[in-house]
Design a binder for this molecule. Structure first.
Ligand SMILES: C[S@@+](CC[C@H](N)C(=O)[O-])C[C@H]1O[C@@H](n2cnc3c(N)ncnc32)[C@H](O)[C@@H]1O
Length: 329
């Protein structure tokens, strides 16, 4: 399984440009092919890199609706995108709620959508947000802090079997059972509240790791973060809404960082591009399904060696794209 950027400040030291660097910027926006007058959605605004590129390429009057569920990310993006004035329409919203945003703004369909999933460097470098196992902070991990359950809530209350499922399914962690049992033992001594404390509990089931190797808690942190933010549910639901919201000829580009997400994106695009879904035994099509998408990327686009060199976080990024077909095609 590929994983998110290593939430380890050492990677930032290796990368002198440790401010957030937008991943697959040109590749993703080339896929969207923005044009003047177009209406676009960036569902994961973050530092605003993809949104700014769409705004540049759709000048003078293209509009980007930018969404981020994190109010701090949104505030930073607001500053970055201020030069574009009313062409950047920003909302604190989960992308799974795109239909409500479009309704509020009075739009029925859009020309392009970009998603760049996961957390940003800002999250990983801000200890009080609780995403980093190297920088001590509360075990929180909520991108949207109005959500009720923090990572600590899950870790302190979920049954062992559910913890095992999360670590296996969202982290593909081989030691899921041992980690869940270590958590069960630790929480009998008192609540687990801090990121470094939690990382220590996870690390205790592994042999000591050499200092510069990937931290043993990497997959568990990722899995917990995905569960806290219901990232898989949001992706599944969001993709369906987004495909529906594209006007004919409109395009969607999605960047993901691990295999579970990539599989969901691939399956959604392939399902949209498929015609008949009748059982093969039926002599004649009874479902009448017509394809609504054309897949633009047979294989996912990945970062080239130069980009990986400049930004190690891009090494696990995969970009897929699709185009909405007109009803007659
Ligand atoms: C990897 S960053 C995006 C970086 C951005 N493309 C850039 O160029 O700077 C992902 C951002 O998406 C946000 N995010 C993740 N899942 C989301 C969701 N379901 N709805 C809205 N925002 C989400 C996170 O809060 C984070 O700020």
């Amino acid at each position: 399984m590929r994983s998110d950027p290593d939430p380890n400040p050492k990677s930032e030291i290796r990368n002198p440009q440790s401010e957030h660097i937008t991943v697959l910027l040109h590749e993703a926006i080339d896929l969207l092919a923005p044009r003047a007058g177009g209406l676009y959605v960036d569902g994961t605004l973050g530092g605003g890199g993809h949104a700014a590129e769409i705004l540049k390429r759709s000048a003078p009057d293209g509009v980007v609706i930018g969404l981020d569920q994190d109010e701090q990310a949104l505030a930073r993006a607001r500053e970055v995108l201020a030069p574009y004035g009313s062409r950047a329409v920003l909302r604190q919203q989960n992308f799974r709620d795109l239909p409500a945003v479009l309704e509020e703004l009075g739009y029925e369909a859009v020309d392009g959508i970009v998603l760049d999933l996961g957390v940003s460097w800002f999250h990983l470098r801000t200890p009080e947000r609780g995403f980093s196992f190297m920088l001590d902070g509360p075990l929180d991990m909520r991108m949207d802090r109005s959500r009720h359950q923090t990572a600590a809530d899950l870790v302190n209350t979920l049954p062992v079997a559910e913890l095992v499922r999360i670590f296996r399914e969202y982290g593909e962690e081989d030691k899921a059972v041992a980690i869940a049992r270590a958590i069960e033992r630790a929480r009998t001594r008192g609540p687990i509240t801090g990121t470094v404390q939690f990382a220590g509990i996870v690390a205790s089931v592994f042999p000591p790791y050499p200092p510069r190797r990937i931290h043993p808690a990497t997959k568990t942190f990722q899995a917990l973060r995905i569960a806290v933010n219901d990232e898989i549910g949001a992706l599944r639901e969001g993709l369906q809404h987004m495909i529906r919201a594209l006007r004919p000829g409109g395009r969607i580009a999605v960047i993901s960082f691990h295999s579970l997400e990539d599989r969901i994106i691939k399956q959604a695009f392939v399902a949209g591009a498929t015609s008949c879904v009748c059982p093969p035994k039926l002599p004649q099509c009874a479902c009448g399904k017509v394809p609504e998408l054309r897949v633009l990327t047979k294989r996912p686009v990945t970062a080239g060696p130069d980009e990986v060199d400049r930004n190690p976080a891009s090494r696990s990024a995969k970009l897929r794209g699709a185009e909405k077909l007109s009803a007659q095609s």
